[in-house]
Ligand binder design. Sequence first.
Ligand SMILES: Nc1ncnc2c1ncn2[C@@H]1O[C@H](COP(=O)(O)OP(=O)(O)OP(=O)(O)O)[C@@H](O)[C@H]1O
Length: 450
Amino acid sequence: MAAAVPSGYAPPLPTTILNLTAGTHFGPFTLRLRLRLRPHRAAAVTAAAATLREVCAGRVPDHVLQRAEEVGYVVPTEVQEQSLPLLLSGQDCILHAQTGSGKTLAYLLSVFSAIDFGRSSVQALVVVPTRELGIQVTKVARILAAKACTVMALLDGGMLKRQKSWVKAEPPAIIVATVPSLCQMVERRAFTLQSVRVLVIDEVDFIFGSSKQVSSLRKILTSYSAASNRQTIFASASIPQHNRFLHDCVQHKWTKSDVVHVHVNPVQPMPAHLCHKYVICTKKERLHVLLSLLESDAPKSAIIFVAEQSERSKKEGNPPSTAVVVEFLRSSYKGSLDVLLLEEDMNFNARAASFSEVKGRGFMLVSTDIASRGFDLPQTSHIYNFDLPKTATDYLHRAGRTGREPFSRLECSVTTLITEDEHFVLQRFQNELKFHCVELPLESMFTFNS
Ligand SMILES: Nc1ncnc2c1ncn2[C@@H]1O[C@H](COP(=O)(O)OP(=O)(O)OP(=O)(O)O)[C@@H](O)[C@H]1O
């Protein structure tokens, strides 16, 4: 999973602003620290960049750092460089940084710095919105842990009975869980969260925004454990109204009052090395335009995002658009990539099979937004929005599935298919996320195809 860092690595160009906002012990919001670095100052900081080992010295066990180096985590990314000194001192933190910026390693190193490897109890909990993200985080945590502690994934309702007895017999030090699985386990008294020293909520805006998960998340944050007894870390590439969120964290006691907001690249939420394009076509033309794009782009690996089927369309007995796209590509696409499907309605095993198939070889994954959060498949060179995302945040997370190798500046592309009427929506996303999208003329598609 880790992208190896080339030996002649030159540090990436710096962002211009380091934005730390903190409450104080005198009162949550009596003083705010807002630190702005001018470009030349930021460059100086990055040029003198320490290694990951130096940043973590004395806080993260040596065997964990050694594993990190072995898999290629040698130089910290910007979010790691900025957040690790705070995280490793036990500070509650909101990690707010671009997609693919390395937030996972930042919070996992904090987890490893806090746990007692000799103790048999659940000491750290990472809460994720989807099983796929859970599988990924578990994998990185297990790589770093080697055999020094147990990492358990609670992601599948069907497995919980068996896992309940495992947790009781031999409590894992780290649990990675989806919200429903975690709550089921706690409610069945498999374990309590009293001994948890670090609680991480990944993709926090997504979980808070999900009507199915929000009340359970609130219980995890306040009823099952107390902020005063643990370090709380929230992570996401998008935290809408982050000042309001910061206020809520203190007000609702989700965190301690001195929680810090580490906001990397606030001016440019979208990774700079993505190339954005769009094609205006009718709904009927879309499948052929997609095929034409795939033929001309020849992606290394691609994700094609398709809208979830509406309840109305289900009732009318229509096939979901995902199935239509998969079927079309399987019969018309002549390239070498495997066409795979991933969507919510698939059962756990089918989803896990699709997910493991995309690892390690060229793929063309047709998926709903389920694959837009946290999915880390660094070989993904192209993203296609077969349907326009609903919001700018959805666009950001879909686009962020490509360009994920932190120190690579290879241009990766995001192409959106829109109708004439949807043009203004895409323009709104560009204004909000501050990126530029280039139009590909429809005629060029059909010239290529013929
Ligand atoms: N210090 C590092 N050196 C090299 N590669 C790294 C480093 N840190 C993280 N990576 C790699 O960068 C990629 C992106 O990291 P990660 O999945 O943590 O991003 P993220 O910030 O959580 O993104 P998202 O918001 O999309 O979930 C991964 O493939 C990871 O292995």
